[in-house]
Design a protein around this ligand. Structure first.
Ligand SMILES: [Fe+2]
Length: 357
């Protein structure tokens, strides 16, 4: 077994708050129509659209899980997490750089505090949001597993339509300042590392964090963090009801001309059956089902990182999946972060490039 030889990731003994859910993602896009077209085909439903903001939701009671602001340039802005009490907001509002507690004007209302993590991602923490009405969705299909048939004199015919997204499951970010960013989420939102994949030098390459919900089972990961040379969005993942929904999603997105990224397959860490698609700006969105659930007492796993460790079956992860867009902003960030970030070096980046390039 490899060893983790850095302070992070580790669970914090006394976190500032314990986030209760990942509520939504926030993006900026130059074209709301195009964003809406992709996200509808992906299986989300428009909750509200104003002249400059688009809100999408799944079928669960969350009033929205995806917010798009109209802007000149495409950008991932950050995430919204819920906490359990007004007191949590008061504690968070005292952190350095935190905004004041403010009334939320987005669907569901409530109150929020806006924070910025050490890698520059916005983190809105909300409390008191009103639930929306649950939307109808297809129930899981009955499978005739060998020796356990559920379907007699009936066929299997899921509709050839966008699969209904139930909810936002997780978001994955790449960061240069790994130790500081991991320490921030474990300390202030109480996230627990479920599994970490380490490089040969014992430093983390990818950590999968879950919510600390005590005895209530939580998704294997709600946030994941990969070591990169700059802060950027990797992907977000949305839960579907079953594997046929994931497969039907692939058919529908392909027929409608969207760009495939990776899948189908089944992950190892988290165990989800997955399929990844690029949105119109090349940002990856994952359909998944059948993920692992851990309670708070489950210990952290440590594993060697490799391309093969990303799935147990299915299409191998293509090199394009982890390759950054080689634009001027990326080159500037690379040069700057090599000078300033304590967590990256030329040799570490070469190791990562060899593993994933
Ligand atoms: Fe994922």
């Amino acid at each position: 077994m490899p060893e983790l030889l850095t302070p992070q990731p580790t669970r914090h003994p006394d976190p500032t708050t314990k986030a209760t859910s990942l509520a939504y993602l926030v993006f900026e896009r130059p074209d709301l129509d195009n964003a809406e077209n992709f996200l509808r085909d992906f299986g989300l439903t428009v909750a509200l659209r104003t002249t400059d903001t688009l809100y999408l939701r799944g079928t669960s009671a969350a009033p929205y899980c995806y917010r798009v602001h109209k802007a000149d340039k495409p950008r991932f802005v950050g995430m919204g997490f819920t906490v359990g009490s007004h007191g949590d907001l008061e504690t968070l509002a005292r952190l350095p750089g935190a905004g004041a507690i403010e009334k939320v004007t987005h669907p569901g209302g409530g109150e929020s505090v806006v924070l910025t993590d050490p890698s520059g991602f916005m983190v809105e923490v909300i409390e008191g949001q009103q639930e929306a009405e649950v939307l109808p969705r297809r129930p899981p299909l009955d499978w005739n597993c060998a020796g356990a048939a559920l379907r007699i004199n009936r066929t299997q015919r899921p509709a050839p339509e966008p699969p209904e997204v139930i909810r936002l499951g997780h978001c994955v970010i790449e960061v240069a300042d790994y130790q500081a960013t991991s320490a921030w989420y474990t300390q202030h939102l109480g996230l627990i590392p479920s599994d970490v994949q380490v490089l040969p030098d014992g430093s983390p390459a990818v950590t999968f964090f879950r919510l600390n919900l005590g005895d209530i089972p939580a998704d294997h990961h709600t946030l994941a963090m990969a070591q990169g040379f700059m802060a950027r969005y990797s992907h977000s993942a949305f839960e579907l009801v079953d594997a046929d929904a994931v497969g039907m999603g692939q058919r529908v997105l392909r027929e409608r001309g969207w760009k495939h990224a990776w899948g189908l397959g089944r992950h190892i860490l988290g165990s989800q059956i997955f399929d990844y698609w690029n949105d119109p700006w090349g940002d990856k969105h994952e359909h998944y089902c059948d993920g692992d659930l851990f309670t708070a007492d489950h210990p952290m796993g440590v594993h060697p990182v490799s391309r093969d460790a990303m799935s147990q079956w299915g299409q191998p992860m293509p090199a394009s999946f982890t390759r950054p867009k080689p634009d001027a902003a990326a080159m500037t960030a690379l040069v700057r972060n090599l000078r300033t970030s304590p967590d990256i070096s030329v040799s570490k980046l070469l190791t990562l490039a060899k593993l994933f390039g």
